[in-house]
Design a protein around this ligand. Structure first.
Ligand SMILES: [Zn+2]
Length: 135
């Protein structure tokens, strides 16, 4: 990570004057947009994968319910379903983070009210709490 230093207010004013969106809020917006795009693509991919498992399970079910392959498919389908749930939950978190950004509370820990921290936000843009409160 190279962005441990908080953006200097004078630097962001200069950036705004030159028309380059490099202020802390603009930067967070860009990160959240990328995170949202990535998560939407992930949800789409997992949803398609899940559909294939449903179809595969239906084919196996009509064949032989004691087929060991049926158990493997059921297990893998559960894994995909769990990842899909996680990805959708993450999408909700990313949207909630975008709302906090609009409300001006982005980057503030929801539990202690302290800063979430730039390094943590860089790693987890949708984080609601600081490192200490996340434990
Ligand atoms: Zn906290």
């Amino acid at each position: 990570m190279t962005c441990h230093e908080p953006a200097h207010p004078r630097a962001s004013r200069a950036a705004r004057a030159s028309g380059t969106p490099t202020g802390p809020i603009e930067a967070a917006e860009a990160v959240l947009r990328r995170e949202r795009d990535r998560t939407v693509a992930l949800v789409d991919g997992l949803a398609r994968e899940f559909e294939r498992f449903v179809e595969a399970a239906e084919l196996v079910a009509t064949d032989d319910e004691h087929d060991p392959e049926g158990h493997t498919i059921a297990f893998e389908r559960q894994l995909v379903a769990a990842r899909l749930r996680d990805a959708r939950a993450h999408l909700t978190e990313v949207d909630a983070a975008a709302e906090r950004l609009a409300a001006g509370t982005y980057g503030t820990c929801e539990r202690c009210g302290g800063p979430v921290g730039d390094a943590r936000l860089a790693a987890r843009p949708a984080a609601r709490t600081c490192m200490a409160c996340a434990r």
